[in-house]
Design a protein around this ligand. Structure first.
Ligand code: ADP
Length: 574
């Protein structure tokens, strides 16, 4: 019951657990990609905002910014630098690649280079009309980078370039605030895979080349990771197994990466799992408790009842059922007891009837037997042949009646516990010899050879000699009776474990295995074509059993159809 109750629960739990784990993994991947996208978006916005400031349009018709007065340009540069913020250095360059004005945070201002700038990447890219995002530099407290944009005139013609070194402090601040769960963190690397910043300061130092980590290398070279595949789980330099996601940031070629320690990411699932296990454990205990409780409440009384039913079917009417459950089962037990007492009373009445009937019949049938034998022997004068023949038939039938009446009396006595048995050291050998003598004529008439192996030492058994003869008469009588043709009936003994065993073996019709089991019950007779004509009451073996058991012995039979049977009984040695 416990198993049937819990098996579906366990299966459902296992299935839902795997589903929960899968769903959680998808959630994690989604969360990571949201974090990456929002970080990338912020970076882009920061750079775009800076760039839009430097993309200057002057409301003049001039061809080159150098045509504007130096003072004005200086003023403009100063104002622009201050207004923009996070600018380390800002330079105005004219169309020909000459620096016109330079605003810097350092005290010593570098002299303006009036030529040579024209070959620098920032200038070349910006003058060609494209915005320039330079590589990240790690010389200052915060990483910096050069960005450059165009100065345009009224007609949107490029008349110069503004190149500025901006620091990435705001980016650093934004990134440093991003967390996933308790331990998940974000980091940003430049297009060469060097660390710009990370929200976990222990992870790596600024400017450190992280392309040694194959996943980082992958992302820098353009491949996106989303934390879902097996390879996205790796042991990071902090020795945590993490779920990794990463993606490049448009325009600059940087990459944003997220690492979320597996244990932390799944902590929700673990919490759920431990709660679930706790509930499972508690319900297990409850179910087990209920089983034991109901076991006592229901199963126990049912067991008691079925034991009672067994005892009744064995004929033990003194058995009492005791169920104290104060419910229908207790009432059922009481009804059972009532039924047993009714059965017991019925049996008593039946036994009494049998005893009285047999007792009352005994005198008449015995007297009839006496008279018939006297008439047949001519004590009342000569009788004709016809009369003799009729009287002989009557005498035979009366003989059967006498046997039945005596058997019934014996059974009734035995069942009432009134069978008289006096146990004392008795010679079984003598009993056998006496009984064999009685059967000599009958055996010769039927062509049956009686063989007695005897007993080496005349071992005496604890028995009632008269009763032993009664048993032997029955067994040897049956052996002769149920051997239809010629054959041998052999009586032998053996001594085993302090018991004397007597075997009566015949070569008669034998008994089927199924019938052997029923042989010793009251009124049992084998019903076949062969036995139909043979007279009997079906009480002989039952009486034998009662007698032998009263003498603390056992009786049994082995048999094979058409081969013969062996009936044996054991008696304790004196
Ligand atoms: P019955 O008066 O019918 O002989 P028993 O109790 O002595 O009654 O025997 C019961 C039945 O067992 C018999 O009817 C018979 O069918 C079977 N039986 C007993 N002894 C033998 C035997 N030696 N061989 C075959 N069948 C036997």
């Amino acid at each position: 019951m416990l198993f049937i109750g819990l098996a579906p629960l366990l299966v459902i739990s296992a299935v839902s657990l795997t589903t929960v784990i899968e769903t959680r993994l998808e959630n994690i991947s989604e969360l990571e990609s949201q974090v990456i996208d929002s970080a990338a978006e912020k970076i882009k916005r920061y750079l775009d905002q800076k760039m839009s400031v430097f993309n200057l349009v002057v409301d003049l018709e001039i061809e080159n910014i150098s045509e504007v007065e130096k003072e004005k340009i200086d003023f403009l540069a100063k104002g622009l630098k201050e207004a923009t913020g996070n600018v380390e250095e800002l330079v105005f360059i004219d169309r020909d690649g000459r620096e016109l004005a330079k605003e810097t945070n350092t005290l010593q201002t570098e002299p303006l280079s009036l030529q040579g700038v024209s070959e620098r990447d920032d200038f070349e890219t910006a003058i060609a009309g494209k915005n320039y995002f330079g590589p990240v530099e790690y010389n200052l407290a915060e990483p910096t980078m050069i960005i450059a944009s165009q100065i345009e005139n009224k007609n949107r013609q490029i008349i110069g370039v503004i190149s500025a070194e901006i620091n990435l402090k705001p980016v650093e601040e934004e990134i440093s605030q991003i967390r996933l769960g308790e331990k998940g963190f974000v980091y940003l690397v430049d297009e060469q895979g060097k660390l710009i910043t990370s929200s976990n300061k222990n992870f790596a130092s600024q400017g450190e080349d992280l392309t040694r980590l194959s996943l980082v290398k992958d992302v820098v070279s353009g491949k996106t990771h989303n934390g879902l595949s097996e390879e996205d789980r790796y042991k990071n330099p902090l020795a945590d197994t993490v779920i990794f996601s990463g993606k490049t940031v448009e325009k600059v070629g940087w990459a944003v990466m997220v690492e979320w320690p597996w244990q932390d990411a799944f902590s929700v699932v673990w919490t759920m799992l431990t709660r679930f296990l706790l509930i499972l454990f508690v319900s297990l205990i409850l179910v087990a408790g209920f089983s034991v409780f109901f076991g006592h409440l229901v199963v126990k009384p049912v067991e008691i009842l079925s034991k009672g039913a067994d005892e009744i079917s064995k004929g033990n009417f003194d058995y009492k059922i005791s169920i104290k459950t104060k419910d229908e089962l207790e009432k059922l037990g009481e009804r059972f007891n009532k039924m047993i007492s009714v059965l017991k009373e019925n049996q008593r009445l039946r036994d009494e009837f049998v005893f009285v009937a047999a007792h009352e019949l005994r005198a008449p049938v015995t007297v009839i037997k006496g008279y018939l034998s006297m008439v047949l022997e001519g004590d009342y004068g000569k009788i004709s042949k016809e009369t003799k023949s009729v009287l002989e038939t009557a005498s035979n039938l009366n003989e059967r009646l006498v046997k039945l009446v005596f058997d019934l009396l014996e059974v009734a006595r035995s069942e009432a516990g009134k069978m008289e048995i006096e146990v004392k050291p008795t010679s079984v050998k003598e009993s056998v010899q006496e009984v064999l003598k009685e059967f000599e004529n009958m055996a010769i008439q039927k062509g049956i050879q009686l063989v007695y192996k005897g007993l080496a030492q005349d071992a005496k058994a604890m028995a009632d000699g008269y009763r032993v003869k009664e048993v032997l008469t029955n067994l040897i009588g049956n052996a002769i009776k149920y051997t239809l043709g010629k054959g041998t009936v052999e009586i032998s003994h053996e001594v085993k474990d302090n018991y004397l065993i007597t075997n009566v073996r015949d070569e008669g019709m034998g008994i089927s295995e199924e019938n052997v089991k029923k042989l010793f019950s009251k009124f049992f007779r084998v019903k076949t074509e062969e036995t139909r004509e043979i007279e009997g009451t079906g009480l002989g073996l039952f009486i034998c059993k009662e007698i032998i058991e009263r003498m603390a012995g056992k009786i049994w039979a082995t048999s094979q159809l058409d081969k013969g049977s062996t009936f044996s009984f054991s008696l304790r040695l004196a």
